[in-house]
Design a protein around this ligand. Structure first.
Ligand code: G6P
Ligand code: MN
Length: 448
């Protein structure tokens, strides 16, 4: 089984490789190809992987390449985890938005639209190449904004591209834990778009345990999302939202906190990661230990401004460990490659699951996975409030896809202007001007 990782010089690649090292079963990944546009980053990450593999006899061999087509040929699975424009681009996405008083987060609001506009053309080119060079490969998309990018790729790859995110898994696991349930046995009723979904129920032995959680303020205050949103708001909603909904429900406070912060998340990560990749050039630096220290710092500071706004305090020890991101990817690969049937929350085409969206709209939903791919499970409809947000954001995503396809600035303006977190068409126009000024990758928006 051959795995190719696009964005192979990326910081989270060792998480994936670590998961592969723990898999010794028949049909496991036997070779890993790392592709990246940056040779230094590839070398750095390859050093960490070599350190991870030390002393493990059956560690999958790793090869690196800067040739995309070569990386794709012969692949059974392709992980796509690219970052168009790098972390410098992410920091610029945030800055331009915050200067206009709107959110610049990489997946939500104006920042997510800018990042999407930059990423979709590149992801589309990759999807076309995969369709030509590795038509039987399964593609697992990690690239953010994950729902939008998966939908762009699905236009060329159909249901062979599956998007993943670790936040619904983490949320389900935390809720199960506070309810004293086994996360492996619980059924999580979760649906929406990527970074825009809600847990509406958690069934154990056929019984919905979520009402017990919603009725107990002490239990609600004992986990991340409970503290982030506050027990009162969760009881009013009657559901537990994905943590990214904090940017919607507490938008004003979140924007202010990010404006006041010393550095945006993107700028912090840019500096942090620059330091890591520079240190990896020193042959005396211990690769795995250096990487792990950097990873721990990244985890500890995740969404820290949102937690400050909510007075939610530090993250819990169990949330600082990795386990979501790479485990979902591995579970998905195993289910497909070995027909190990399982259920996972994934980003796939709707195919009638949510009646308010068309069949091709990529949604985030529990799926049954087997050798034939991921099959979305029937879910109850969303309440009107959630339908409003989901359909509005899907409309925005469609405008982004249109802009990326046609190069139309008007479509780009429409994407920003229609977003529920952008409050004026004039702001949207200025955002398009501001983003095209700072991002060479948006030069294609040259048609009226
Ligand atoms: C969560 C999100 C991912 C995101 C990751 C890292 O797991 O679901 O989409 O990439 O956090 O966020 P960061 O701010 O550290 O880049
Ligand atoms: Mn995510």
């Amino acid at each position: 089984m051959k795995l190719t990782i696009l964005g192979g010089g990326g910081f989270r690649v060792p998480l994936v490789y670590g998961a592969l090292l723990g898999d010794h079963a028949e049909g496991r990944v036997s070779r890993v190809t790392l592709y990246d546009t940056d040779a230094d980053r590839l070398t750095a990450v390859a050093r960490v992987l070599a350190d991870q593999a030390a002393g493990i006899d059956d560690a999958p061999p790793v090869r690196v390449t800067g040739d995309l087509d070569e990386a794709l040929r012969g692949a059974d699975f392709v992980f796509s985890a690219i970052r168009v424009g790098g972390l410098e681009g992410r920091a610029a996405d945030e800055r331009v938005a915050l200067d206009e008083g709107v959110l610049g987060q990489e997946t939500v609001g104006a920042g997510g639209i800018a990042y999407g506009l930059r990423t979709v053309p590149v992801a589309t080119d990759i999807a076309r190449r995969i369709a030509r060079l590795a038509p039987d490969a399964w593609v697992i998309n990690f690239t953010n904004p994950a729902g939008l990018v998966t939908e762009a790729m699905s236009r060329h790859l159909g249901d062979r591209v599956i998007g993943i995110c670790d936040s619904p898994v983490g949320l389900g696991r935390r809720i199960a834990r506070v309810l004293g349930a086994d996360p492996e046995k619980a059924w999580i009723d979760y649906v929406g778009l990527n970074h825009l979904g809600w847990v509406r129920g958690l069934r154990v032995g056929g019984r919905d345990e979520l009402p017990r959680l919603l009725a107990d303020p002490a239990l609600l205050g004992s986990f991340e999302e409970g503290r982030l949103f506050g027990p009162d708001w969760l009881r009013s909603l009657g559901a537990i939202p994905n943590e990214y909904l904090h940017y919607y429900y507490f938008n004003r406070e979140a924007v202010r906190a990010y404006q006041d912060a010393e550095q945006t998340r993107g700028a912090f990560l840019r500096d942090q990661q620059e330091g890591f990749y520079a240190r990896m050039k020193d042959p005396a630096a211990p690769p795995l230990a250096t990487w792990d220290r950097t990873r721990a710092e990244r985890e500890a500071t995740y969404m820290s401004e949102n937690r400050d706004v909510a007075g939610a305090g530090e993250r819990e020890e169990s949330d600082l460990e990795s386990g979501g991101y790479e485990q979902v990817a591995l579970a998905l690969m195993r289910a497909i490659a070995r027909d190990e049937r399982t259920s996972l929350i994934l980003d796939v085409r709707n195919r009638g699951t949510l009646a308010v969206l068309d069949a091709d709209a990529v949604i985030e939903v529990p799926c049954l996975v087997d050798a034939n791919g991921a099959h979305p499970v029937a879910v109850d409809p969303l309440p009107y409030h959630a339908v409003g947000l989901v359909t509005a954001v899907k409309g925005v995503e469609r405008a982004v896809l249109e802009a990326a396809e046609s190069g139309s600035r008007a479509s780009a303006v429409r994407a920003f202007a229609l977003h529920p977190l952008v409050d004026s068409v004039s702001v949207a126009r200025r955002l398009v001007d501001g983003y095209t000024k700072v991002h060479p990758g948006l030069a294609y928006l040259d048609r009226p």
